[in-house]
Design a protein around this ligand. Structure first.
Ligand SMILES: [Zn+2]
Length: 311
């Protein structure tokens, strides 16, 4: 089988203020990286606009309406000091939802081995009724709910290696015993949550904070010795990855000092676990990553890993 890539050029229409790290150039860098010859085998698909019903599994109607109402006719509007919307923000946000739901459908149907969704804005900081951290809708949690509620899966894992804690995904899945959410992240760092003591309503959340400067060796211990054994015990039928590349040493927002090879390693380790317990079924979605070269290299290494395991 192959790896599917879900994207849409409307990601270029979500504008942020000058100097903002979550910027249009990130999407351009990712697309340029995935244009390389070695990615010719990707099954490239358009991310469709997601159904409102998918979002409603995670966010209330008045929250969605509030996002829609905040979209300005022109220029920018701030939802909080970090999170902004422009006239073109709603379409890529909805296509981020639609893309990841279609990726879940394609992987569960056996059309493709696994899938990567490259859209912006990202999603893992969006809480039930609060946008934050550049995020509007909780794409990874929405995808988990689709797999559980629409496809009837019994167990889904969401694994988050973005350098920031996925507080939104944690919030959306906190009391969902059919979902296991695990995150490694730098601490202390925005958003401040993600202590190891936060374990979910039914022990279904695992947080592994990492110290600034702790590097790839500590990351490999966290994933190899702690997180992935717990994932194997949970035995998910699908693994969803929140793939952020801001743990890279070059990233301006954090100090975890990972290398491109570390992103390749964690990708392979997750895919190996998926092969053992989940029939290899993996859907990954782009979260952060703010140094353009590191982002491009990290995404390329990540998609290389996915392709290696979808064969
Ligand atoms: Zn991040």
């Amino acid at each position: 089988m192959v790896t599917a890539l879900f994207t849409h050029a409307s990601s270029l229409d979500h504008e942020t203020p000058p100097g903002h790290p979550e910027r249009v150039a990130r999407y351009e860098a990712v697309m340029q990286a995935l244009d390389a010859d070695r990615f010719d085998a990707l099954d490239r698909r358009e991310a469709a606009v997601g159904d409102r019903a998918e979002i409603l599994r995670c966010h209330p109607e008045d929250y969605i309406a509030g996002i829609e109402a905040a979209i300005p006719a022109k220029g920018l509007r701030s939802l909080d000091p970090d999170t902004h919307v422009s006239a073109g923000s709603l379409e890529p946000a909805l296509r981020g939802v639609g893309g990841i739901c279609a990726a879940v459908d394609a992987v569960l149907a056996g059309e493709v081995g696994n899938a990567f969704v490259a859209m912006r804005p990202p999603g893992h900081h969006a809480e039930t009724a609060r946008s934050m951290g550049f995020c509007l809708f909780g794409n990874a949690a929405i995808a988990a709910k689709r797999a559980l509620d629409h496809h009837g899966l019994a167990r889904v894992a969401v694994l988050d290696f973005d350098v920031h804690h996925g507080n939104g995904t944690q919030d959306l899945l906190w009391d969902e015993p059919r979902a296991f959410f695990a995150s490694s992240h730098q601490m202390p760092l925005y958003p401040g949550t993600g202590d190891a003591s936060e374990t979910g309503a039914s022990g279904n959340v695992m947080n592994v904070p990492l110290a600034p400067g702790s590097g790839g060796a500590e990351m490999r211990r966290a994933w190899g010795d702690v997180i992935l054994p717990a994932v194997r015990s949970f035995a998910p039928e699908l693994i969803i990855i929140s793939a952020g590349f801001d743990a890279d040493a070059a990233d301006p927002l954090a100090q975890l000092e990972w290398t491109t090879e570390d992103f390749a390693w964690v990708t392979r380790a997750i895919c190996e676990t998926a092969a053992q317990v989940a029939g290899g079924r993996v859907v990954s979605t782009l979260e952060g990553g703010y140094d353009l070269q590191a982002l491009a290299a990290g995404v390329a290494a990540h998609v290389d890993g996915l392709m290696e395991f979808s064969q």
